[in-house]
Ligand binder design. Structure first.
Ligand code: ATP
Ligand code: MG
Length: 305
């Protein structure tokens, strides 16, 4: 069993329900667990009836929770970059850069990179304090982007570093300066970020610490999307050892309608068994009411690793 689990999948399939139940399962088995929500909708706190925020709170014996607020993290992230840069750049250029950073802060992707920064910080700081770290993520697209960020950002940072080095070299040549080792504050900042991303990848993939759990319902589209997502994750060498099949209808009910739906589900359940044959399948029935903290305990019994 991997130490860090990310729960992902299409909207509404049961990611929050499953990640909370799984965290309950771990904590009930004497594993000190940290449950983290990276979903802007923040339903972990609502579901467990606890008020969570950016600091770690105890939920129950062996279970702790934390919510990452994308907007707050994004603002902190941009301010951190601003203050780093202000120490190193002349005031005239600084104003322009700050203007560009403000524009960047509302551009797509800035929240994801801020969440990713926070996520890595938590993993680096907390992985020794917990036996398990469980992440509830937002719907698939967003999560996949989060996972591919280290690679994307790394190559982007590498390009920036190269450009900066080239500019400095030209500058030095123009002013006849002999400088073998470039000690440039901007390069240092970029290099530091790159190192952090490499560390993130090492933790997530190379050390074999993390695994991704896909949640789906026995229906056509979630199966197709999960198949596609798993292919993408494999490209990034991410581990996928478990799939949660949620909202499975009861068998042999008194209702023809339900029986008919269950027949359709059976076909998809078979398809799931075949399509994901090397992956552990965790099956959760559709319960007869909305999920609350009592039901989370019940659903946690369906988990076994
Ligand atoms: N096994 C189940 N039985 C009955 N209702 C369920 C079950 N699993 C989830 N639900 C209900 O389905 C809805 C969606 O569940 P949940 O919030 O866990 O999904 P999600 O994938 O996290 O959604 P989102 O993509 O919006 O974050 C909720 O109303 C929840 O109560
Ligand atoms: Mg959710």
């Amino acid at each position: 069993m991997k130490k860090i689990l990310f729960f992902g999948g299409k909207g509404g399939v049961g990611k929050t329900t499953s990640s909370c139940s799984c965290a309950y399962y771990f904590s009930n088995n004497n594993l000190k667990t940290l449950l983290i929500s990276t979903d802007p909708a923040h339903s972990v706190g609502d579901l467990l009836n606890v008020k969570l925020d950016s600091s770690i709170k105890k939920i129950k014996e062996n279970l702790y929770g934390l919510e990452i607020d994308p907007q707050t993290e994004r603002d902190k992230y941009i301010n951190r970059i601003k203050s780093n840069i202000s120490k190193t750049i002349s005031p005239v250029i600084l104003k322009e850069i700050q203007r560009q950073l403000d524009a960047a802060s509302i551009s797509p992707g800035s929240e994801e990179s801020a969440i990713f920064d926070k996520l890595i910080e938590i993993i680096i700081e907390e992985s020794n304090n917990f036996d398990r770290i469980v992440f509830d993520t937002a719907p698939t697209g967003h999560t996949l982007r989060l996972m591919s960020l280290p690679e994307l950002l790394e190559s982007w940072l590498e390009t920036l570093i190269k450009k900066r080095k080239k500019a400095l070299k030209l500058n030095n040549m123009a002013s006849n300066l002999e400088k073998k080792d470039i000690d440039d504050p901007i390069i240092n900042i970029l290099q530091k970020r790159k190192d952090k991303l490499i560390k993130a990848r090492t933790i997530l993939i190379d050390n074999n610490l993390a695994s991704f759990v896909f949640v789906l319902n026995p229906e056509k589209l979630p199966i197709l999307e999960t198949k596609k997502s798993i292919e993408i994750m494999k490209k990034y060498n991410m581990n996928i050892e478990n799939i949660v099949i949620n909202k499975i209808l009861p068998k042999d009910s008194n209702s023809d309608f339900l029986n008919k739906r269950r027949e359709i589900q059976d076909k998809y359940l078979d398809e799931i068994e075949v399509t994901f044959k090397n992956i552990n399948l965790i099956k959760i029935p559709l319960l007869d009411r909305d999920i609350d903290s009592e039901y989370i305990k019940e659903i946690s019994n369906y988990f076994s690793f």
